[in-house]
Design a protein around this ligand. Structure first.
Ligand SMILES: Cc1cc2nc3c(=O)[nH]c(=O)nc-3n(C[C@H](O)[C@H](O)[C@H](O)COP(=O)(O)OP(=O)(O)OC[C@H]3O[C@@H](n4cnc5c(N)ncnc54)[C@H](O)[C@@H]3O)c2cc1C
Length: 482
């Protein structure tokens, strides 16, 4: 740690997850000396406990469901079994395949100085990493977020998105608390692999951030997988919840009792700021403990920046990386480049997927066009007709939001994100030839339908204008009767 202690680093990066790694790589490419401190292992939530393991688990689960469904297409499988140990190995292989990109040696080879240890800020320009002191000119905080565990009476033995990957056996009765993206993805995955799943959501709709019709399709799909969905009911008490002892019961606000063997808590995540010493450097947090940043990713301390799940911005890997790059380049180059938040895509990787971007509310002055997939040719050929593509337009006909519910909707949303970012009008998307037959035909057809409607409305207006002026001319010219 000697040269770490004596040097003044251009940039101290706190946390080696998606945001921290991108911040460090950006700064080092700009010629800065960079110290990246990570108290566990680089890669963060996405690699170890988030995106990578959850999508690997879902891949296995969707294959199993696909085999079950294939009978409708004339393909019969004799017997289908799930080897959970092999599923775990698949997850592990995916992590190990991606891991080298984020490994300390790879980052060191790129010129980033990586140290293991938890950072605590001591004063402006000084921080402690373990027992060592470091000096920095600028810092980026990228410490991420941890699962929230609500204070429920009797709650003792449970797993979260961080610890569910340690399960050796498939739970036979899994209770999932929380119907957001994480709860729906993991609930569907375990149900498809063979667990009996109950999903409890306190609000009236699963996927509360999505439109009710999108959420309803996912709810139907989960029910078809055997998931028992209980919405509008909070978990108030757990009884018999002792490690290794069967016979757990969840008691809901309306008195419903649910027996379970394993409880997954997926009710959101809280910014990791404990022991960072933010009070020593004047970095403000909001009422939920998230580090407040302006649009240039600067905190209330002008030389400290933040990005990723530790901030109030949407909690995704793509936002963590994009905004960390802005934070680091602003810090090193003294710029105030601003983050754009109008076109941030989000995907729930259930089957079907739900992908949304931009302004999807029915705000005043916007209009929307929806194409359901029951007659979308690709959906028909794949027998995947549950779903829709919806575009939202502003007064000028620019695409401002989109929702797609379909297999691989996450792949379709990329082009719609670009359309929003570039301020494209619906007619420009309508005039762009799309390959046939694809699920992206849905959004294309929505754009074509809207363009036609607008043209019809315009010609109707022209005809009405023509008739009105002809009539007023006739009234002026007609012979007056006295
Ligand atoms: C189950 C699940 C599935 C997900 N799926 C997706 C998905 O499909 N797509 C998507 O875009 N997003 C997904 N996410 C969200 C995504 O994982 C996060 O948004 C992303 O990892 C955030 O990156 P980050 O760098 O802000 O935080 P993290 O990745 O959490 O990194 C923070 C790092 O900081 C370290 N750290 C914390 N405190 C200190 C300290 N004091 N000193 C030093 N180091 C410290 C931590 O050890 C950690 O490595 C998922 C999340 C979960 C839980």
């Amino acid at each position: 740690m000697k040269n770490v202690e004596t040097k003044v680093w251009d940039l101290l990066v706190v946390g080696g997850g998606s945001a921290g790694i991108v911040a460090a790589k950006t700064a080092v490419k700009l010629g800065a000396s960079v110290l990246l401190a990570e108290h566990e292992r680089p890669g963060g939530d996405c690699l170890w406990t988030g995106c990578v393991p959850s999508k690997s688990l879902l891949a296995a689960a969707h294959h199993r469901a696909g085999i079950r469904k294939s009978a409708a297409l004339g393909v019969h499988a004799e017997s289908v079994t799930v080897d959970f140990a092999a599923v775990r190995r698949h997850i592990d292989t995916a992590i190990r395949t991606i891991e080298p990109v984020d490994a300390p040696e790879t980052l060191q080879a790129e010129g980033i100085h990586v140290v293991k240890g938890a950072v605590t800020f001591i004063s402006d320009g000084k921080a402690a990493i373990g027992g060592d002191r470091v000096a920095y000119r600028q810092a980026v905080i990228a410490t991420g977020a941890s699962p929230i565990v609500p204070g429920i009476p009797g709650l003792r033995d449970f797993v979260t998105s961080e610890t569910i990957w340690d399960l050796r056996d498939l739970p036979s009765r899994l209770l999932v608390l929380g119907g957001g993206s994480v709860g729906c993805e993991l609930g569907q995955a375990f149900a498809r692999l063979g667990s009996s799943v109950t999903l409890v959501e306190a609000t009236d709709q699963i996927l509360p951030a999505e439109s009710p019709d999108a959420a309803a399709i996912i709810a139907d799909s989960l029910r078809q997988d055997g998931v028992n969905i209980l919405t509008g009911r909070a978990l108030t008490e757990v009884t018999g919840n002792n490690p290794g002892v069967p016979g757990n019961t969840a008691v809901l606000a309306d008195g419903t009792r649910v027996e379970f063997d394993q409880l997954l808590i997926a009710v959101g995540r809280r910014a990791r700021t404990a022991k960072l010493g933010l009070e020593h450097v004047g970095v403000a947090v909001d009422e939920q403990g998230r580090i407040v940043v302006d649009r240039s990713m600067r905190t209330s301390n002008p030389r400290i920046w933040a990005a990723g799940d530790v901030t109030p911005l949407p909690q995704f890997t793509h936002t963590a990386g994009a905004f960390a790059s802005i934070a680091a380049s602003n810090a090193i180059l003294g710029l105030r480049r601003k983050a754009t938040t109008s076109a941030i895509p989000r995907v729930t990787f259930t089957d079907p997927e739900v992908a949304s971007v931009g302004n999807t509310s029915a705000a005043h002055g916007t209009r929307q066009q929806t194409i359901t997939h029951d007659h979308l040719d690709r959906a028909v050929t794949e027998d995947e007709r549950r779903g829709f593509s919806r575009l939202h337009f502003d007064r000028k006909g620019r695409i401002v939001g989109a929702t797609v519910v379909s297999p691989r909707a996450g792949e379709t949303i990329g082009e719609l994100t670009l359309a929003i970012r570039l301020g494209l009008r619906g007619r420009e998307l309508a005039g762009t030839i799309h390959p046939y037959p694809t699920f992206s035909d849905g959004a294309w057809n929505a754009a074509i339908a809207d363009t036609r409607e607008q043209l019809n409305a315009r010609s109707a207006r022209r005809v009405i204008r023509g008739l009105t002026s002809a009539r007023s001319m006739w009234l002026r010219l007609r012979p007056h009767r006295h």
